[in-house]
Design a protein around this ligand. Structure first.
Ligand SMILES: *[C@@H]1O[C@H](CO)[C@@H](O)[C@H](O)[C@H]1NC(C)=O
Ligand SMILES: *[C@@H]1O[C@H](CO)[C@@H](O)[C@H](O)[C@H]1NC(C)=O
Ligand SMILES: *[C@@H]1O[C@H](CO)[C@@H](O)[C@H](O)[C@H]1NC(C)=O
Ligand SMILES: *[C@@H]1O[C@H](CO)[C@@H](O)[C@H](O)[C@H]1NC(C)=O
Ligand SMILES: *[C@@H]1O[C@H](CO)[C@@H](O)[C@H](O)[C@H]1NC(C)=O
Length: 447
């Protein structure tokens, strides 16, 4: 009996296995740099999966947003770090800290997200929400291009978006930014409402007018709410996947849903390409791409990415009624077909219902899963290829001593060249205060 799981891993034809492994990237070096001391207390304020972007790259600079301890229990400050990139290496972090705002809520929802408008180089941050009014600050155009780096280039904390003063901006949770490299716009997405009763909104930053407009209330709960995995742009098309939650209880999450938009989130299409109008509800036809019953797993705010061929990938954790949680990879082919497979790789620990969440990233037709082990504190990096139908996974790196939903810098990964790419991970170490640090792990990948 104990030999069973191994037997499953060897099912693919030998020739397929060989092809898949032969093309996979490997990690040739690693470096860890410290951003700061992680705040004291039981809440994890740094490194939650719904921080769509704690770590981003723009032009030749990388930026990280994190809370730092002030040394006083439950009083934390927001820090932003910037460093110049030189190919696969980087200068030291230059860190600024906002002392005019005290973060005092010990609640892991209250993370920081970071965005940069590709069109005008303005920096935007949103932070410290769990069903409260918007907290937002921004710079003038060009601040991300390497000019003076100080807190004085940022606006005060604002509770509405310049240009779109009406809102709604409360009760707000889960702010996410997503840049559109094709238009230079920056999208801002968040939930208004509560768990089990809410809607998801998109606002758009116009890099010519330097102001915001409301684009859509694109996911509308009906006595429930959507938890999105991510918003991802590729070639001016934006993709969203999500699960529905019926009540505040996570066991009521169900289904995997998908829509995409070619006009910046104003109107949407289902997986078959049919126009669904400006929003989806639980009753919209053709948006459920997999029926997943309640009590199957948490399914909310998991991993998502879109690869360079336009394939959409999702990383879930599910038990499929067996009681045993596994990591599941779902993907949509460029033709619109959905497939799912359990991720099977030697030594991979069991997933859990509500433990640490993983991330997906893609480069060069290869798919990267960043998996936090629930028990050992390891982060594992697994790679799979299109040639192998994304069925064969190979571990290319593991590091230990973490307690985090890792974040991934997808802009830096895309910037690779000369046969090398850098996977920068935003992570939080395990351990007690003040030994526990917020760190960035750079893994250099080569083919
Ligand atoms: C933050 O908390 C400290 C310690 O209580 C206090 O001295 C300071 O005035 C507070 N700052 C703000 C902006 O509220
Ligand atoms: C900042 O960089 C972006 C992208 O490289 C560019 O389009 C923009 O003009 C720059 N802005 C300033 C003020 O330098
Ligand atoms: C659901 O959310 C809306 C918007 O925040 C709110 O007006 C309404 O009272 C909520 N309904 C319930 C039953 O909580
Ligand atoms: C996609 O699904 C359609 C309809 O089920 C099927 O005819 C087609 O062969 C599939 N394409 C691929 C590439 O699997
Ligand atoms: C990181 O790189 C160092 C060499 O710089 C190596 O000794 C170490 O094993 C690597 N660690 C991991 C976890 O890959």
């Amino acid at each position: 009996m104990p030999a069973k799981p191994r037997a499953r891993a060897s099912v693919p034809l030998p020739i397929l296995l060989f092809a898949a492994l032969a093309t996979a990237l490997s990690v040739i070096s690693n470096q860890t740099t410290i951003l700061g001391i992680d705040p004291q207390g039981s809440a994890r304020l740094n490194g939650e999966s719904f921080q769509q972007s704690p770590l981003i790259t723009f032009a030749s600079y990388q930026y990280a947003a994190f809370y730092t301890s002030t040394g006083i229990y439950a009083i934390n400050h927001i820090s932003l770090a910037r460093r110049q990139l030189h190919g696969v290496s980087a200068s030291n972090w230059d860190i600024i800290t906002f002392t005019d705002y005290n973060q005092t809520t010990l609640d892991g929802h209250n993370t920081i997200s970071l965005g940069i408008s590709p069109g005008d180089g303005s920096i935007h941050i949103s932070f410290d929400h769990h069903d409260v009014p918007l907290n937002y600050r921004h710079t003038s155009p060009g601040a991300a291009n390497g000019s003076a780096w100080s807190t004085s280039v940022f606006s005060p904390v604002l509770h509405s978006l310049p240009g779109a003063s009406d809102g709604p901006y409360t009760p707000l949770t889960y702010p996410r930014f997503e840049p559109n490299p094709s238009t230079g716009e920056l999208l801002f997405e968040f939930r208004i409402g509560q768990s089990g009763n809410g809607s998801s909104y998109i606002y758009t930053y116009n890099p010519t007018l330097h102001s915001w407009t409301q684009t859509s209330e694109y996911l509308r709960g009906s006595n429930n709410n959507a938890y999105i995995n991510s918003l991802d742009y590729l070639d001016n098309k934006i993709h969203a996947t999500w699960t529905w939650r019926e009540t505040p209880d996570v066991v009521t999450n169900h289904d995997l849903c998908y829509i995409y938009s070619s006009d910046g989130g104003k109107s949407w299409r289902n997986s078959a390409g049919a126009d669904i109008g400006t929003f989806a509800t639980p009753y919209t036809a053709g948006v459920t791409v997999f029926n997943i019953p309640q009590n199957s797993g948490i399914l909310n705010q998991e991993g998502q990415t879109v690869d360079q061929e336009g394939r959409v990938h999702v990383l879930n954790r599910e038990n499929h009624g067996t009681g045993e949680y596994r990591w599941w990879h779902y993907w949509r082919s460029a033709e619109g077909n959905w497939t799912r497979n359990a991720i099977i790789v030697d030594g991979l620990g069991q997933a859990t219902a509500t433990g640490f969440r993983g991330k997906l990233a893609a480069v060069k037709g290869e798919l990267i899963a960043v998996i936090p082990e629930q028990v050992s504190g390891e982060i594992k990096v697994l790679i799979s290829t299109a040639e192998g139908g994304f069925k064969v996974w190979k571990e290319v790196w593991r590091g230990d001593g973490f307690a985090v939903d890792p974040g991934v810098d997808k802009q830096r990964l895309r910037m690779g060249g000369n046969g090398k790419w850098v996977l920068s991970l935003f992570a939080r170490q395990d351990g007690g205060y003040p030994q526990r640090k917020v760190v960035v792990v750079d893994l250099v990948l080569a083919d």
